[in-house]
Design a protein around this ligand. Sequence first.
Ligand code: C2E
Ligand code: CA
Ligand code: CA
Length: 727
Amino acid sequence: MTVKRNHVLVVDDEVDACLVMRAALRKAGFEVTVVHDGAAALNEFRVHNYDLVMLDVDMPGMSGYEVCTQLRIDAGPLLPIVMVTGMDDVESVQTAYQHGATDFIAKPINWGLIGHRVLYLLRAYETLVELRAAEARNEAVLGAIPDQLFELDGDARCLNFRAAANDPMANLGTAMVGKSIREFLPMAVARIWDVALHDAAARGFSSGQQYALETAAGTLWFEMSVSHKPGKSADTGSFIILSRNITERKESESRIERLAYFDNLTGLPNRHSFLERVDREVHRARRRKSMLAVLFMDLDGFKNVNDTMGHAAGDQILKRAAQRLHVGLRPSDYLGRPVASSEPLAADSVSNIELARLGGDEFTALVMDMNSAQDALLVAQRIGEIMRRPFEIEGREVVLTASIGVALFPTDGDDAATLLKHADTAMYQAKASGRDNAQIYNATLTTDVLARMELEAGLRAAIAHNEFFLTYQPQIDAASGTMCAVEALIRWQHPQRGLISPMEFIPLAEERGLIDQIGQWALHSACMQAAAWATAGQPLRVAVNLSPLQFRSPDVTSTVLATLAKTGLDPQALELEVTEGALMENSASTRVALQLLRDNGMRIALDDFGTGYSSLAYLTRMPISNIKIDKCFVNGLLGGGENEAIIRAVLAMAHSLGMRVTAEGVENAEQARMLKSLGCDFLQGYYFSRPVAAADIAAFHSRTWQFDDIPSMQDDADRRPALARVR
Ligand code: C2E
Ligand code: CA
Ligand code: CA
């Protein structure tokens, strides 16, 4: 809707000129008002609306230029202002434009044409006003579109960007202006844009491409449509891109997708998602060389409940079973309630469990981050317990049990389908062997693991009931042939099985996190015994074995010192036997701990030398006072050759570092003689005595063993006197 514009204000001090102008314009159909100076013109303009101003340059008072400047301010940029100038030189024309004039007319005026000239100027003005209105309308339309708008040139350089003010990407888009998408967008996103641009260049339009951007507000998803504006033949044109934030849509899509992954009745993952998860975890376990287990559980007697009480009751049971599993198998929960004793399980045996319902009364569990097959059976046992508790349904108590099959990765399969199948097979074995139990697919494993679990339960009980005792094995000073120390060796008097060797239970104690308690007990008992010997007037150094795991605890030194203080034992009467494994594991902190113990007067012996890393260079950095050569070298000594050479080398190295050497496992006089002649400082083994009860040690104080020294070792004579005897 356009209003006809035809009101002209004529400003000129020459009255005659005004009259002619008015006549000419009226004749052309305009309404005309005339004023004779600048001030009057400005006043007039403030009162009425004019569509065009004819302004004389040359006037007394305010010049036409000054009036023009003020009018521009008052009327805005669009009002046509025509300067009527007597001087048609370039300079005055320029001055007119500088002051904001729209056009100029030079005197003398061609009165016949003036009307057309003004008409033309007004039309242009109208067009401009309409254009501005259209622009404002476009702006409003664009403002209502939630999309981001990019304009790119043919080289994918951003010419323009606009977005709603609250668009989280507004700043980013603005920063993109002037840059190519390849320098600005992440590579993967730029590639998607490229494809869309090519598509649009070929077909004129492209839509549907989606991309994600990582922003401070999280991952945002966009879908773009591109239209191509062809350029003149030489250039490649430009692109208009609308990009819409579809993050919410994406999220609800994935929510819907998730529904397809869960079992409606119980809310647990379904078979499909379970298998996917197992496959992913198998990959991870393979990379990390770790174990995992798939447990397949079937509720014994469920079918019967379903048949007699109906499906609704059956569904209730399944729901509650799922709930119990969910709550009962949280790591903290089942680890806090170990199966066979009141002691919590080791913290490092925490396993991650993922549950699922395959359908019917079949549930599965994936056990991740396992330390041993035992972890899987622990979970199975826990499931058994959980299911054995009666369900109360429709006022009746229903008792069910679970038969569980276990398949282990990597032993029983290395993909999800195989593991599940084998767990299923194992579940049938569990059913066949009387229900309410768990079976591992590999049957011998079940027996082994169960035996270990039983042993572990026994071990916990042994700690609680004090079923351990120490035996002592004399160590003989090779030079004098008399007892110089004893090694304390632990024994377990099992109530049913009788004596159990530490070779069997120490590794298990280490694995199940029980070694600290047992080790502390042994240390304390040995110190008590040695202190008692000292009080009785027969002081004797006692060597105590420390497990590498005991060095993991930061307070190993304070424990030892506290034990000495409590028992009153002289630190010099205590030797601590450690293995290379302990030294290697955390060398810096172990070194500090050992040094502290030595500084406090204790001796440190390196146990089982030759069976581990045997890095001599490494040893020189450790505060070791004594090396114990493992019995396997002593055992093979008499065959000559390599073992003898090794013992010689160890002796030479140890002595050069000021360390003493003990030979372990000396079983006959021949070995004893040989070791003495090679330069061994101390000897220990069945030849002198088996480990015996503390009470039997007294008898050894008065004994002396004789060695017929074989004086063939040339270097013995020079070396031995150089060493201080430690007694
Ligand atoms: P080890 O520290 O190397 O102890 C020496 C083992 O060799 C002892 O076995 C000992 O009875 C045996 N032995 C001694 N003389 C002979 C011999 O002439 N011939 C043969 N064939 N064997 C001999 P034991 O008492 O069964 O201990 C086995 C291992 O258990 C020990 O090896 C040690 O590693 C560990 N152990 C024993 N007591 C403790 C303890 O209190 N704490 C810790 N952490 N480990 C212990
Ligand atoms: Ca030892
Ligand atoms: Ca040893």
